[in-house]
Design a protein around this ligand. Structure first.
Ligand SMILES: *[C@@H]1O[C@H](CO)[C@@H](O)[C@H](O)[C@H]1NC(C)=O
Length: 335
């Protein structure tokens, strides 16, 4: 793959030079620029260029034809290196067999192929820039895993990795402690329930109370990141303007203020934490206690199922003005 790219690049350059400059075709000046990369000179060469093109090749056999072909490729590379020298682009050759260790070190194939398993839900980024890597405290050929809303990444152990090792690690850590429901993968997220329920938090980031509540959620997630049974789904109503009326009706809540509740994915039955006053949001500890009760089953969507209707009838006596509206709402619920 790399070989073809490089040759294509070479051919492209030669032909474009010809087109632009008419007969002024660049000729090789005889200076050696392409070096063989080894573990010894690797660091020094990496420092020298902004961009390094690697040409991997099999060991050259003693066969005359093979040697001649290799020399030809070398000359093409030398010419390309000469033309691009002023742009700080370097060209090196790597003997895939002689420098097997180095080749493995430089080989991001495992990373690329692991990434394909999780497209497009988990994003994979690679950097070849030393400054960026340093800022991220990323070591050479290391893959760091960033869980959403966590401060620190986890360095995936045991590099250099195989594709399978990377895939397994990501699968194991894939479900974050706090995840934002996104339109592009909302169905995948919703299907990934925790034993039939989701703990759902509504918080509008652009709203001061929503923002504060989200910060509390993040705190709880950070404190409980090692709990594999916990995964909070955060929904910003701003991301789903068309669904807000539907959610308010289904869950019987007001989405103009922060909410957190348990939703049964089978029948959309739900229980919501009582947040009486927007100015009095639960603390991280209170939220953790509530979540603990949900995970232990103490708070669940089933207990109140029989009381529901009786309660509604009794409570409506005082505010007769509003009871019409609620009646209408109930009768819409048939589907
Ligand atoms: C969800 O609702 C279904 C149907 O009412 C019920 O059978 C099931 O036990 C509920 N699951 C949980 C985890 O509460």
């Amino acid at each position: 793959m790399k070989r073809t790219h490089l040759l294509v690049l070479g051919v492209y350059l030669l032909s474009s030079c010809r087109a632009e400059e008419g007969l002024n075709f660049p000729t090789y000046d005889g200076k050696d620029r392409v070096v063989s990369l080894s573990e010894k000179n690797f660091k020094q060469i990496l420092k020298k260029y902004d961009l390094l093109c690697l040409y991997y090749h099999e060991p050259v056999s003693s066969d005359k034809v093979a040697q001649k072909q290799f020399q030809l490729k070398e000359i093409v590379l030398e010419l390309v290196a000469q033309v691009l020298e002023h742009k700080d682009i370097g060209f090196v050759m790597v003997d895939a067999k002689k420098e097997a260790k180095l080749a493995k070190k430089l080989d991001y194939k495992a990373f690329e192929e692991a990434a394909e398993h999780f497209q497009p839900y988990i994003k994979f980024f690679a950097t070849f820039d030393k400054g960026v890597a340093k800022k991220l405290s990323l070591k050479m050929n290391e893959v760091d895993f960033y869980e959403p809303f966590m401060n620190e990444p986890i360095a995936i152990p045991n590099k250099p990795y195989t594709e399978q090792e990377l895939v397994e690690f990501v699968k194991e850590h894939q479900r974050p402690t706090l995840r934002r429901l996104r339109p592009e993968d909302m169905f995948e997220t919703w299907e990934d329930d925790l034993n039939g329920i989701h703990i759902v938090a509504f918080a509008e980031r652009s709203d001061p109370d929503g923002y504060e509540f989200l910060e509390i959620l993040k705190q709880v997630a950070r404190d409980n990141t090692d709990n594999p049974d916990l995964s909070l789904v955060w929904i910003d109503p701003d991301d789903f303007p068309l669904l807000v009326p539907y959610w308010e009706k289904t869950f019987k809540i007001d989405l103009f203020k922060p909410q957190i509740g348990v939703v049964n994915v089978t029948d959309a039955d739900s229980v919501w934490m009582e947040i009486l006053d927007d100015d009095d949001l639960p603390t991280a500890e209170e939220l953790e206690d509530w979540i603990e009760d949900v995970l232990s089953g103490k708070i669940n969507t089933e207990d109140d199922d029989n009381e529901d209707e009786e309660d509604d009838d009794d409570d409506d006596d005082e505010d007769d003005d509003n009871s019409d509206e609620e009646d209408n709402e109930d009768s819409d619920d048939d589907e």
